[in-house]
Design a protein. Structure first.
Length: 84
């Protein structure tokens, strides 16, 4: 059985202690939207840049992509009981 996660992630990395740390997809999208909006405000397109930032990684919500991210970054157990 696949490991079930309730929070979508954008990125996983292993910290200096060997522990997997995640950056939630929601935090990532909001951060990119804010940064893009700030840059684009200079030429009057902050609203469009915010939308582009919010949408740029939406495909990562796909369960198969989430599984891929976790498998490729060591946060996956094939025989897990489904707990986080």
């Amino acid at each position: 059985m696949s490991r079930i996660h309730t929070t979508a992630i954008a990125h996983l990395k292993i910290n200096e202690k060997g522990v997997s740390e995640s950056h939630t997809l929601r935090e990532h999208l909001q951060g990119v939207a804010e940064k893009a909006s700030t840059f684009a405000d200079e030429f009057g397109n902050a609203d469009w840049a915010r939308v582009a930032g919010l949408w740029h990684d939406l495909g990562k919500y796909n369960p198969k992509w989430q599984e891929y991210l976790r498998k490729s970054n060591g946060d996956y157990q094939e025989n897990s009981d489904g707990e986080n």
